[in-house]
Design a protein around this ligand. Sequence first.
Ligand code: BG6
Length: 461
Amino acid sequence: MKYQFPNDFMWGSATSAPQTEGHSLENGKSYSTWDKWFELNPEKFNDNQGPKNTSMMYEYYSEDIEHMKKLGLNSFRTSIAWTRLLPDGKTINQEAVRFYRDYFTKMIKNNIRPIINLFHFDMPWWLMEKGGWENPKSSDWFEFYAKTCFEQFGDIIHDWITFNEPLVHVECSYLNGFHYPAIHDFKKAIAAGYNTLLAHAKAVRTFKKNHYEKDSRIGIILNLTPAYPKSDDKKDKLASRRADLLNIYSFLTPALKGEVNIELINLLKKYNLIDDQNIIYQPEIIKFSEVDFLGINYYQPLRVQAPLTEKKVIKDPTDLYENYIWEDRRVNPYRGWEIYPNAIYDIAKTIDKLTDKPWFISENGMGVANEERFIDNSGIIKDDYRINFMKEHLVQLHKAIDEGVNCIGYHTWTFIDCWSWLNGYKNRYGFYYLDLNNYSRTMKKSGSWFSYLIKNNGFNE
Ligand code: BG6
């Protein structure tokens, strides 16, 4: 094979509990902010599609593991729903334990390694009523939840993740309106981010103290979107450095070193963005944030320039750096995201300079609307655009691996078309097409290509 990947490379897909399980208020599960927000404002969700009816893996998981096998996946990431396992934050829901144990055990029996994440944007409603991540005590509740997960499933799960893209629930909830409570307040965003970091560190601390076994490891998944400056001008470069501090190093430095990034803290202090009332700095806890392995989600780069007007009072990250459209860009028009595979190579090299820890691409994929257009006579969606997207990204990843980076796997987003927050089912990402009328799953052309790739541990062109 022209692009041959290392032995034991993890090939898989990623998803999350809230986007797949369905039955969102049944079998003992309590409300998450998504369940509640949908009840309060269904019109905000594309086509009024809420979290109740997703791909219904809660009942289809046995069958779906057969679908994973057809693809040849050797690993799979999903999450536990905090609101299902601990509906009131304190009491274990035994039905949830039964469900998750059976789901994970069946994967393992089929040689699919589960990578289990604790939080994928699904804040419990009971905690949201107490302020969610703005509340400094949120990290204690999370620690209890994490400890419960390790106790209930630590005998079968060996790869743990604390958070998926911790930056995203922060910016979407407190800056850009895509997650509940959808307010705009930079200082609150920073407090919520810091409390999320504390929660991560406390979960790692608990794991290492009580549940660390020889072949177990704990990590975090970060969306490391590199910022490319518009020009070599000093001001544009400063803007891109600031974007990287906020978007990359806010969680990457703690995850690799067990400490906050001082350059970022100085920047936030300079603009009075750290609120001493909300942030109680606890380096003795932050030191536990160092992980064993890292997941990197990559979809699109960030293109930045210096702000067009200099502001004294900073109310938004875009007051520190402004986005611009690169004239040569290719774009996925359905999601509006730039397609730039070279960034995967750049990220790989950046990580390589910073650490020897193993890492993997934990999400990469292409969401496309109305894929039924591409169904051929045999009833298969010919999603060649998705195959090309994966190939282009894998070529870049392969180049970095050839140069020695410690990348141990590649996971796509996603396995079966899943529910996508406010976008509902607008953009589809799966290897399997989901028919919302009867929940049937049909493999797309990209699924066949991925199974060929796994079988050969590589591809030719
Ligand atoms: C990732 C998230 O950032 O992107 C997923 O971890 C999400 O939850 C995926 O679904 C694709 O983005 P979107 O907004 O198109 O669903």
